[in-house]
Ligand binder design. Structure first.
Ligand code: CA
Length: 233
């Protein structure tokens, strides 16, 4: 399986090195992150085919990383193999429950890890099934705004805007049902998994950024005091 890109999220340097060495020798491309935060950032900048995820990480845990991935439309299809300490059955169960595809307990044989990786890659469906394709081409057209959902693209009077994943996701939610009021909690529930939008205040910050990028079209996003936001045509 040449040319597959593997992201290793592991804070222990010697393990990351050992795994990298063996994967490169087996023909994989490898990219390493020392924390969950860094791993999630790297995911957005590279096309990753599988993630090897340590559970015990500084900052956000491997389980939390897995939850973020599996809640994300874009990344949920990427298979995850957890690296767990031997005998931590609770961790294994928690990891599999949050959507990991397989696990390997430390200390592990590099040959076993490579075999598991190949097996997971064979099983994985990296691409969406064809029956989902028409939906991918769906677009929302409201006056000067055109939102192409599948392509993650927003055009304002034909000019492409640079939105973050979270801003894009919020815009799709609001503009997808013009006139409907969404509470901050509903917005959080919708975008959770892209970035780390966890507080109602963070929603306000995102809306502020979104309005600014939309320029005059930002007036479509209306604040409903004490409730949330809505998109008006
Ligand atoms: Ca660790």
């Amino acid at each position: 399986m040449p040319n597959k890109n593997i992201l290793i999220i592991e804070d222990e340097e010697n393990i990351a090195q050992l795994v990298s060495y063996n994967l490169i020798k087996a023909g994989f491309h490898v990219i390493c992150a020392e924390s969950g935060e860094e791993g999630l950032k790297l995911l957005k900048s590279a096309e990753i085919d599988c993630i090897l995820l340590d559970l015990m990480l500084p900052g956000i845990s491997g389980i939390e990383v897995c939850e973020v991935l599996k809640a994300s439309e874009k990344f949920s299809g990427i298979p995850v193999i957890m690296l767990t300490a031997k005998g931590e059955e609770e961790d294994i169960v928690a990891g599999l429950e949050c959507g990991a595809d397989d696990y390997v307990t430390k200390p592990f044989s590099p040959r076993v890890l490579v075999a598991r990786l190949k097996s997971v890659l064979r099983r994985s469906r990296r691409f969406l099934p064809t029956d989902k394709l028409p939906e991918q081409e769906e677009s929302i057209l409201i006056q000067e705004l055109q939102i192409n959902i599948g392509r993650h693209e927003v055009l304002l009077n034909g000019v492409s805007l640079q939105l973050t994943m979270t801003e894009f996701s919020i815009l799709v939610l609001l503009a997808g049902r013009p006139g409907w009021v969404f509470t901050r909690q509903q917005i959080i529930d919708h975008v959770r998994g892209y970035d780390f939008l966890v507080t109602p205040r963070a929603v306000d910050v995102q809306i502020f950024g979104l309005r600014r990028k939309l320029g005059r079209a930002g007036e479509h996003i209306e604040t409903i005091r004490g409730v949330g936001y809505r998109f008006k045509e």
